[in-house]
Design a protein around this ligand. Structure first.
Ligand code: SAM
Length: 282
């Protein structure tokens, strides 16, 4: 039976984060009339998330405009100075997956929810010409934006594919490493994402992501607030449920290596964190 904490039943439409993530204080404050949708299907959630990120992808240079307020490059411990400003500034993440991925030359990396491409390009620099990076994102405007940046910067070992991270357009046993930055919390069915990550990884492959998780459960009403869900807050699940689901699909050594508490203005019934999470396919 599916764990209700993993397949969140909500209804609404819209999508990134509190002040530890994408659309901080600004967008939270703008939620004068929250979109409350109960009994949402997975499709409703995907459409809501796509709608928000499609709009963000079409903002001119960085996403630090009216609707997002985010430039999360400051969250990185990884050196960003070889990355063009317009790419680095379009960071919608909540952490730094590159700092825990330990990428090596020649490796194949898959970036779940690649957005504007920042983590894909950082990975490409590390895996070099003998390695390659595949970014997957379900928002067409994000794929277009990231592909344009790739062509402009001349990254030959990066490609972006349109698709959902619950069933990626990628062959089995392809990747040495799966990375992701602030995306899995947005997915209505986390376990489907973990299963597909496991399928796509080679034996011995690594899972290294930054994501939003909670300590404790959010209430159904909180989860029904699609504005907060889309801001990477209320789609988040309890960290132990998250780690348990990784183990259930076959991952080993699932653990949180680092976490930072959400300190935004909104109050929730559970503590919200940005965490770095690693696991391994045996
Ligand atoms: C918060 S942004 C993060 C983007 C990027 N990782 C970064 O750090 O800048 C979330 C991204 O994930 C994508 N996304 C959300 N849910 C997805 C899903 N189920 N399948 C594929 N992409 C998804 C969105 O389109 C968006 O580009």
């Amino acid at each position: 039976m599916t764990d209700p904490n993993l397949v969140l039943e909500v209804k609404s439409s819209k999508a990134c984060c509190g002040d530890d993530c994408c659309a901080p204080a600004d967008s939270v404050a703008n939620v004068a009339t929250p979109q409350l949708i109960s009994n949402a299907t997975s499709e409703d959630i995907h459409e809501a998330v796509k709608s928000r990120y499609g709009r963000l992808a079409e903002t001119s240079s960085s996403c630090c405009g009216d609707s997002c307020g985010c430039n999360n490059a400051s969250l990185y411990e990884t050196e960003l100075n070889l990355i063009p400003t317009e790419v680095a500034e379009f960071s919608l993440g909540c952490g730094d997956p590159i700092s825990i991925a330990e990428l090596r030359p020649g490796e194949v990396v898959v970036d779940l929810g690649s957005g504007g491409g920042l983590d894909a390009f950082l990975s490409a620099q590390r895996v070099g010409e003998t390695g390659r990076v595949i970014g997957v994102d379900m928002t067409p405007a994000m794929i277009e934006r990231a592909t344009k940046a790739r062509d402009k910067q001349g990254f030959k070992n990066v490609e972006f594919r349109l698709g959902q991270i619950e069933h990626m357009p990628i062959e089995d046993n392809t990747a040495d490493v799966i990375i992701s930055n602030c995306v899995i919390n947005l997915a209505p069915d986390k376990k489907a994402v973990f299963k597909d990550a496991f399928r796509v990884l080679k034996s011995g492959g690594r899972f290294a992501v930054a994501d939003i998780v909670t300590e404790g459960a959010l209430t159904p009403d909180e989860r029904a607030n699609m504005d907060f869900w889309s801001e990477c807050l209320t789609g988040a699940i309890d960290v132990n449920v998250y780690l348990g689901a990784l183990r259930e699909v076959g991952f080993v050594d699932a653990q949180v290596t680092h976490k930072v508490a959400y300190t935004g203005e909104s109050n929730f019934s559970a503590k919200i964190f940005s965490a770095r999470i690693t696991a391994r396919k045996p």
